[in-house]
Design a protein around this ligand. Sequence first.
Ligand SMILES: Nc1nc2c(ncn2[C@@H]2O[C@H](COP(=O)(O)OP(=O)(O)OP(=O)(O)O)[C@@H](O)[C@H]2O)c(=O)[nH]1
Ligand SMILES: [Mg+2]
Length: 201
Amino acid sequence: MALSAHFLTSAATLAQCPADDEPEVAFVGRSNAGKSSALNRLAGARRLARVSKTPGRTRLINFFAVAGGGRLVDLPGYGYANASKDSRQRWSKAIDDYLSHRASLAAVVLIMDARRPFQPFDEQLLDWAQAAGKPLVILLNKCDKLRHGARLTAERAVAARVAALEDAVAVPFSAVTGLGADAATAQIAAFLATGDAETEA
Ligand SMILES: Nc1nc2c(ncn2[C@@H]2O[C@H](COP(=O)(O)OP(=O)(O)OP(=O)(O)O)[C@@H](O)[C@H]2O)c(=O)[nH]1
Ligand SMILES: [Mg+2]
């Protein structure tokens, strides 16, 4: 099962985003965690969102329309050290604005590298999502890079952390092998279909 999606538009600022009128699921995470790769995997398309070995590939907020309604949103990564201070500030402002002001944001998909989960930015994002009451789907990405034992250790650590959160699920994932793709797709499809309960009358 995959979500069928096509590229809609890119935005550098909140003002450039399309009308705030359809449920959106945003992909967030550190630079190079695999946000764009995960989005491509879930949309069953190789080159929908641009992927790169160099961190900082995604510089704009990219919107993808999902057949049947709703949008997937690929955000630039946090924590890209090589970007100039100026451009880092511009990106993080766009991300912060999007996350804090987008009424149609139904859920957040947090992508973490399974080898380095819960970095400081990830924790900030988790705190924000909890405070904002946004449901979370946590993708523990790049599981293909871990040996069996290390993967189980990572999964246990994440399960313990997630148990302490409201409205959060964790999915062991690999954008390369497709591990976890069906589970993640089902979660995301449910948010796209219903939107954010908070915005309902
Ligand atoms: N082995 C492996 N590599 C992955 C996986 N997901 C992504 N990658 C690789 O990780 C690198 C970064 O992937 P992207 O999808 O561009 O990461 P991103 O989070 O969108 O990065 P920015 O746009 O820079 O924030 C690329 O070289 C991908 O091929 C995975 O599940 N397994
Ligand atoms: Mg990207």
